[in-house]
Design a protein around this ligand. Structure first.
Ligand code: GLU
Length: 469
């Protein structure tokens, strides 16, 4: 049996989870789910100055909303310093790393000298062969090979060769003993058994250093895939200028998490020309072969269109939980019950976001709809009183409140009054919703239910009678 795939998402908690980070999370999560592998969450909070508890919480909140669950973790790098220390010592003992006592000023001078010669600024290896013991102020440097190449066999980009002479003896531990970024990442990925790493190509320059660390530690090098950055519509790197960057901002704008996941995946992965994917379909179809080499372009209209499609395709029961916070914001306290599900069914085809759906739902939950002035003036007027009365009485007398019977009533009223469907439907619509635009008249009546419909029709009849008085 081939090895189980183990992926990870290791955000640095220095801000909210942005779209690019979320896409990385989605790729790794989907690949783990697709292969029935494991997905590990790790918080890379070694940068004590920039890491905050708020950011950690914001990341959890965003992953939770996206429906990304993890099988292991969250691990926190800040709690793993002992493990890093052990590995740093191991590298020193095996001769792959050494204590360096060059002062920062001396290193600056070396870098300047290299630059002056036209070389890349680098540490010149002064302490490399000194075999020094620890002393106050010493850092630990990795002994990079002095010749040859380190090749990143990238799943997405193919082989990328880095000349080892370009990598100087990089620091793996600061003078206070704390690990440097690349060391911590490699130790974590080794000890967490990560074998597949999908990340943004902004990390590609770290990869040869990490590969050298794996080799020095005698560990298997994982499969790496570096995905191109996400671009804005103007093809520059995606930034705040292009719209909200935080994932949860889209939740607050009324987006469905499945639409967001669908959208993020499509920023870099394709399956023929299919655009719409349910979550299950993504788990079934996602693979690494079809991650593209060219950068995904963020297109907000596409996100909105996908959102409308996800809302349209989901069962009402699955949408209720997403809609309710938006209803609450409007002061509507709806329960997740059959009434709400019926309401949602009528609104699904006409709501691009949950904000729009909540707007559309308002009339269902008020005691009496407030009549739009123009609509009332145009449709709730005295000459339409006789057909409205006839309709109201017929509805009140109905045994079975069904679409078929309601249609029949409309037919009779149209016949008696000698009016077309629209002439009857519009005053009914205003009576029931206060507005001239709403879901289909019969589906809406069924969703409102018999009692509300009769009460609202009666109110409209009284209102119309007052107009003629
Ligand atoms: N902590 C890094 C970041 O947030 C990810 C490092 C990695 O994927 O190796 O960009």
């Amino acid at each position: 049996m081939s090895q189980q795939i183990i992926t990870r998402f290791p955000p640095s908690p220095t801000g909210y989870l942005h779209l690019g980070g979320a896409r990385t999370a989605v790729f790794n999560w989907l690949y783990a789910r697709h292969t029935r592998g494991r997905f590990v969450l790790r918080i890379e909070d070694t940068d004590m100055q920039r890491s905050t508890k708020e950011s950690v919480d914001a990341i959890f909140e965003a992953l939770d909303w996206l429906g990304i669950d993890w099988d292991e973790g969250p691990y926190f790098q800040s709690q793993r310093f002992d493990i890093y220390k052990e590995y740093i010592n191991r590298l020193i003992q095996s001769g792959h790393a050494y204590y360096c006592t060059c002062t920062p000023e001396a290193v600056d001078r070396m870098r300047e000298a290299a630059k002056a010669r036209g070389d890349k600024p680098r540490y010149d290896g002064t302490c490399r062969e000194k075999n020094q013991q620890w002393q106050e102020g010493a850092v630990v440097r990795f002994k990079s090979p002095l010749s040859g190449n380190t090749v990143v066999e990238d799943i997405i980009r193919g082989d990328i060769a880095f000349s080892n002479t370009e990598l100087d003896d990089f620091i793996i531990a600061r003078s206070d003993g704390s690990p440097m970024y690349n060391l911590a990442v490699v130790v974590d990925d080794i000890t967490m058994n990560i074998n597949t790493i999908i990340r943004g190509d902004d990390h590609i320059s770290n990869t040869p250093k990490q590969i050298l660390l794996y080799q020095a530690l005698g560990a298997a090098v994982p499969d790496f895939g570096h995905v191109p950055m996400v671009l804005g519509p103007d093809k520059s790197r995606l930034s705040k200028r292009h719209g909200a960057m935080s994932v949860t901002a889209y939740r607050d704008m009324g987006y469905h998490p499945d639409a967001m996941v669908n959208f993020l995946v499509r920023l870099g992965w394709s399956h023929g020309d299919q655009e719409f994917f349910t979550r299950d379909e993504l788990i079934e179809k996602f693979n690494l072969e079809h991650i593209g080499r060219s950068a995904g372009v963020f297109n907000p209209e596409k996100l909105l269109a996908l959102n409308a499609e996800h809302i349209r395709n989901a069962p009402a029961q699955a949408l209720a939980g997403h809609l309710m916070p938006f209803l609450k914001e409007k002061g509507i306290s709806a329960a997740a019950d059959d009434y709400l599900y019926g309401v949602i069914e009528t609104l699904k085809p006409r709501s691009k976001t949950f904000v729009e759906m909540a707007d559309g739902a308002e009339f269902y939950f008020v005691d009496k709809p407030a009549y739009d002035e123009k609509a009332a003036a145009k449709f709730l007027k005295s000459d339409l009183l006789p057909p409205m009365k006839q309709l109201t009485e017929a509805v009140a007398a109905l045994g079975d409140f069904s679409e078929k019977n309601l249609e029949e009533i409309f037919k009779q009223v149209m016949e008696t009054a000698g009016l077309g469907f629209g002439k009857i439907a519009q005053p009914v619509r205003v009576a029931l919703t206060g507005k001239t635009v709403s879901p289909g008249i019969f589906e809406m009546m069924l969703a409102l239910g018999r009692d509300r419909v009769i009460a609202r029709l009666n109110d409209a009849v009284s209102f119309m009678a007052r107009q003629s008085g």
